[in-house]
Each structure stands twice: as structure tokens, then as C-alpha cells.
Ligand binder design. Structure first.
Ligand code: ADP
Ligand code: ADP
Length: 228
């Protein structure tokens, strides 16, 4: 589903943020990228949706080189959830979740049905929340909306960059559990960034450990736990 072949990123100031990265994940897998601040996790993530263009190597999504695709169309097939949520404050919850379906030109009825379905999926009653604005929701509820929005247009892959990092431990655990439940239902391919090993072990099918821009280890949670 997603393959990195010798992928590197050098920023325009000369800094080499990602070095010769190789990995491959199958459809329905969760890959966790973990490592200390500055090791290149966000850069790796943003190269997938081309918010950051890679400098060398090749990134394949479903066998296709992503540089051969229109970036706007590419991004509509890639869900994206970040820590700072990024909901539009002047849009209702309904319009935030319906953003990509809107861009894709879905008709109003299909869009509404989808938005309600997604809100229910993340545990928010549409009758209560659809017409509210983001600031009328708690941090945990907003983050749920972020997840609903990322899934709304049925993307091929979902990128999650420390999505639960700003939440209190209890809400965080709830959302982790919910993500795993969603994953069982929807079988999305997910790339998930965290710097918390406990979270990585809980969520990952595979865990990629990054250090100074290099992928130094790629293993399953079981392999990591059974290391001497
Ligand atoms: P590029 O080098 O890919 O052209 P820019 O230098 O234009 O990227 O920076 C893009 C964004 O990243 C800007 O918002 C900038 O403030 C931020 N940025 C620049 N340098 C750094 C850095 N060393 N660490 C984190 N962010 C940075
Ligand atoms: P992480 O997500 O693991 O914290 P990042 O991918 O954000 O790491 O950053 C990796 C390295 O690249 C850092 O040293 C950061 O300062 C640098 N960096 C990030 N963005 C830019 C940029 N736009 N220009 C130059 N350097 C950057």
C-alpha cells in the first residue's frame, strides 16, 4: 500500500532531516513512527501527502509514484490528523467533517449521511454536535471530530501526527481504544507518529524507530518486547 525506497529530505537550508529511508506497509496495517523530537517523524509524514516534497528516492502509494499525481487530488485520498486539531473555527462540526466530501463534489444528501455516520463512529451524536462550532467542544471531542474528518471521504491511507498528544491521559486512552476499534471495522492503512513507546506498542502493527533522520529499526511490538 505504501512504500518508501531510499527516500531522503534535505531542507533548503541544507539540513538533512530524513536519510535513505526504506519501508513498506500493507493495506490495513498501522505503522507507528517513533523517536525523539527532531528525528524526522513529521517530515516523513508530510512527504507522504507532499506537504513536504522529498529530495530523492521514491514514494509509492498503491504502486504509483506520488510525484506523478496531482498533489490536491492526492491529499483528498489521504486523511490527515494533527495534534493541534486544525478544525476550521468558523465552520460547524458538520461542515468541518464534510470538507473533503464537499471538495469531491458529493451531493448534499450523501454528504450529510456520511457526516452523521462518521460522527457516530467516533462517539459523537450528530443531533447534539453537528451544528456546533469547534470552540463549543472539549479538546477530546474536537480530536474525535478531527478523526471523523480524516475518515469522511474514505481515504486510502490516514496520517496521524501525535493526534492524542495534547489530551489528558484518560481521554487519550479512550481515543486509542477507539482508534483500534475503528481500525478493526474499517481496515484503514494508518501511519501514526508518537514519541510515546507505550502508545506505539499498543497501536502499532509495525514500529519504525527513527534516530537523526534514519530508520534504525523496524519491528513488530512482539519483536520489540522480546528484545533482551
Ligand atoms: P523549505 O526549506 O522546505 O523550503 P521553509 O524553509 O520554507 O521550508 O520552511 C517551511 C516552514 O518550516 C516554515 O514555517 C518555517 O518557519 C519552518 N522551519 C524552518 N526551519 C525550521 C527548522 N529548523 N525546524 C522547524 N521548522 C522550521
Ligand atoms: P520530529 O517530527 O521527529 O520532531 P521533524 O520532522 O519535525 O522532526 O524535523 C526533523 C528535523 O528537520 C529537525 O531538526 C527540524 O529542526 C528540521 N526541520 C523541520 N522542518 C524544517 C524546515 N522547514 N527547514 C529546515 N529544517 C527543518
Amino acid at each position: 500500500m505504501l512504500k518508501f525506497e531510499q527516500v531522503s529530505k534535505q531542507y533548503s537550508n541544507g539540513y538533512q532531516a530524513v536519510k535513505n529511508m526504506n519501508f513498506e506497509i500493507s493495506a490495513g496495517e498501522i505503522l507507528v513512527l517513533i523517536g525523539p523530537s527532531g528525528c524526522g517523524k513529521t517530515t516523513t509524514m508530510k512527504m507522504i501527502n507532499r506537504l513536504v516534497p522529498h529530495t530523492s528516492g521514491t514514494i509509492f502509494l498503491k504502486g504509483k509514484d506520488i510525484t506523478k499525481e496531482n498533489p490536491d487530488l492526492l491529499r483528498r485520498n489521504i486523511g490527515y490528523v494533527i495534534q493541534q486539531i486544525g478544525l476550521f473555527p468558523h465552520y460547524t462540526i458538520e461542515d468541518n467533517v464534510g470538507l473533503i466530501p464537499q471538495l469531491k463534489g458529493w451531493d448534499a444528501a450523501r454528504k450529510k449521511e456520511r457526516v452523521n455516520e462518521m460522527l457516530r463512529l467516533v462517539g459523537l451524536d450528530p443531533a447534539v454536535f453537528a451544528k456546533r462550532y469547534p470552540k463549543q467542544l472539549s479538546g477530546g471531542q474536537q480530536q474525535r471530530v478531527g478523526v471523523a474528518r480524516a475518515l469522511a471521504a474514505d481515504p486510502e491511507i490516514v496520517l496521524m501526527d501525535e493526534p492524542f498528544g495534547a489530551l489528558d491521559p484518560i481521554t487519550r486512552e479512550q481515543l486509542q481504544d477507539e482508534l483500534l476499534r475503528l481500525q478493526q471495522e474499517l481496515h484503514k492503512t494508518i501511519v501514526f507518529v508518537t514519541h510515546d513507546m507505550e502508545e506505539a506498542l499498543k497501536l502499532g502493527d509495525k514500529i519504525a524507530i527513527l534516530k537523526d533522520g534514519e530508520l534504525v529499526q523496524l519491528d513488530t511490538p512482539d519483536q520489540i518486547l522480546s528484545q533482551p
